[in-house]
Design a protein around this ligand. Structure first.
Ligand SMILES: [Zn+2]
Length: 249
């Protein structure tokens, strides 16, 4: 199976064409290559470090959440040149899925987080661009501190909890989606989990009495690429490897 065939499969699997996203997300195939796909490197971010890791472990394709073209149309120079030229030289292909990977009901980042928290009564939540990109659900009553410890254990990253009390209902949108806290508060949820926020979100959480949990942009977005990797192994017997490169953000 070559990269065009695999990309076509992933486009359908992830609903790439149906999901509205920033134009610079360029969801789908970003760098073509030649030959059969032997091993896929899974990464949250396309950066020089993950490209080098992919080459070291003999991947000839990468599947990432944050692709290479966020900067829009620009000259191929500097660190952008380094990335493009290295991928071309090494015949390393690239496929990227941003919002389609966050919101996928089975393989998505938010579904992975919901599973880690053992949520039930799951429903789509968190509107962005006229579509729901997150998930909400219920969990057995747990204290703010209990939830913090549980998440820290599952994600292996420091967790910041703003607010206090007990949690039974929670909304989740992975990454940098703290603005959706307002929707969680309006929906009457006890808590809202996302990756990172800004200073003003602190006051919004306290004043709206909706606990804000910041679990890290990177850490909340590792689940989706791992789920897709597992799917490709089961479906096609293609080898995959998670290329961990935490930013701490
Ligand atoms: Zn992100």
């Amino acid at each position: 199976m070559d990269i065009l065939q695999l990309s076509h499969y992933l486009d359908n699997l992830l609903g790439i064409k149906e999901v509205k996203d920033s134009p610079n997300a360029m969801n789908g195939l970003q760098v073509q290559n030649t030959g059969d796909i032997k091993k896929v490197g899974l990464a949250v971010d396309l950066c020089m470090a993950t490209i080098e890791k992919a080459i070291t472990v003999d991947c000839n394709m990468m599947f990432v959440h944050h692709g290479m073209l966020w900067g829009g149309v620009k000259p191929i120079r500097g660190n952008f040149y380094e990335k493009v030229s290295t991928m071309m030289r090494e015949n390393l292909g690239l496929y990227s899925a941003h919002l389609p990977l966050d919101m996928h009901p089975v393989l998505g980042n938010n579904k992975a987080l919901a599973d880690q928290l053992e949520l039930y009564e799951l429903e789509p939540f968190g509107e962005y661009g006229g579509q729901k990109i997150g998930i909400k659900g219920r969990l057995d009553r747990i204290s703010a501190e209990g939830l913090r410890i549980k998440l820290e254990d599952k994600l292996g990253s420091p967790i910041k909890v703003i607010g206090s009390g007990e949690v039974q209902t929670i909304g989740i949108v992975s990454g940098g989606a703290a603005d959706i806290l307002t929707q969680a508060a309006e929906a009457g949820l006890n808590a809202y989990l996302t990756g990172e926020g800004s200073n003003h979100h602190y006051h919004e959480a306290i004043e709206s009495q909706c606990m804000l949990i910041l679990a890290g942009h990177y850490a909340t977005e590792t689940g989706g690429v791992k789920s897709v990797g597992k799917h490709l192994e089961e479906q096609f017997g293609i080898k995959t490897e998670f290329l961990d490169y935490p930013t701490g953000i």
